[in-house]
Design a protein around this ligand. Structure first.
Ligand SMILES: Nc1ncnc2c1ncn2[C@@H]1O[C@H](COP(=O)(O)OP(=O)(O)OP(=O)(O)O)[C@@H](O)[C@H]1O
Length: 302
């Protein structure tokens, strides 16, 4: 479990994280979403004790990172996959990390296998592709077999196969009961990965909810096609729905797809299509963050 409470962090006069409070629970993949500069990396760095907060606390398993005797066994993180010593081999890099954290050599082989780098274990990191570096960074995060994992934009620059691999790994880690926090500025990617989302903008909390609730919140009506469309339109309007013609079908709001299907069935109208439509999650994200920008502007003016 990660508990962030009233976290505030400034760079000079600029407020990067502003009184942020949220909890990341075990057994779930939690997406940490926000546009560039929202404060995601800063929050993660404070959780990892790499930066001191100006106010508030960030606890992992009830304790600040700085008080852990063997932190790699409690929390693993991928922050910047580029930041490794290129002259070493993958195995040497991991063994160096393991040794300085009291972790046995067997874990090095285990995590190299787990991330699919076993065959290139003795190659110098300098020759690694971005995807291989990401995998190596994830191997390092997993080295201490920690219960809490944080990944900052892990899919950045990866090909579709690499993205799918990361998605499946997150799921597996959460299913093992671990706490998984993964940041992204791409809502669409998160929709496929996360169970829960924490959305921030300008360092402030915008939403802390389940992914399915967020999707439902941005539901954009139902597209329906029927054998007898005028009859269906009349029926739906008679129960209070908003109906307009669209693309040879009916765009319906005010009723969900289940209810529309039941009404059509009861009246004996055959349906040819019944499609609930959501705003793209990118649109939802824009809306959410625009609200936060407006909120920010309002506060500044007031
Ligand atoms: N070392 C620094 N010095 C000064 N300002 C910084 C520093 N690091 C970050 N900032 C500022 O703090 C704010 C939050 O940045 P942060 O990197 O945490 O956001 P982010 O959500 O991770 O963004 P991104 O998706 O671009 O990584 C931004 O306005 C950024 O410009």
């Amino acid at each position: 479990m990660i508990e962030v409470t009233g976290l505030t962090m400034r760079y000079g006069d600029a407020l990067a994280v502003d009184d942020l409070t949220f909890v990341v629970k075990p057994g779930l993949v939690t997406g940490f979403l926000g546009p560039n500069g929202a404060g995601k990396s800063t929050t993660m760095r404070v959780i990892l004790g790499l930066q001191a907060a100006d106010a508030g606390t960030a606890l992992v398993g009830g304790r600040p990172y700085g008080s852990m005797r063997e932190p790699m066994r409690e929390v693993g993180a991928l922050l910047d996959a580029g930041a490794v010593h290129g002259g070493r081999s993958a195995a040497a890099h991991l063994w160096c990390l393991a040794r300085s954290n009291g972790i046995g050599r067997a874990r090095v082989g285990h995590v190299l296998d787990q991330v699919g780098l076993a065959e290139v274990a003795s190659r110098r990191i300098a020759g690694f592709s971005l995807g291989m570096r990401q995998r190596l960074g994830i191997a390092a995060a997993l080295l201490g077999d920690p219960g809490v994992l944080m990944f900052d934009e892990p899919v950045n620059g990866l090909d579709p196969e690499g993205i799918r691999w990361i998605r499946e790994l997150m799921r597996l880690l959460a299913d093992e009961g671990r706490t998984v926090l993964v940041s992204s500025h791409l809502m669409g990617e998160m929709a496929l990965t996360a169970d829960h989302v924490v959305v921030i903008g300008r360092g402030r909390l915008i939403a802390d909810t389940t992914m399915s609730e967020l999707v439902a919140r941005f539901q954009r009506g139902v597209l329906v096609r029927a054998a007898d469309q005028p009859a269906l339109a009349g029926l739906l309007v008679s129960v209070g729905a908003n109906v307009r013609e669209e693309d040879g079908g009916l765009s319906v709001s005010g009723l969900d797809a289940t209810r529309i299907g039941e009404l059509a069935l009861a009246r004996g109208i055959a349906l040819r299509e019944l499609t609930p439509r959501n705003a793209s999650l990118e649109e939802a994200f824009m809306e959410l963050t625009e609200e936060s920008v407006e909120f920010g502007a309002g506060r500044a003016a007031g």
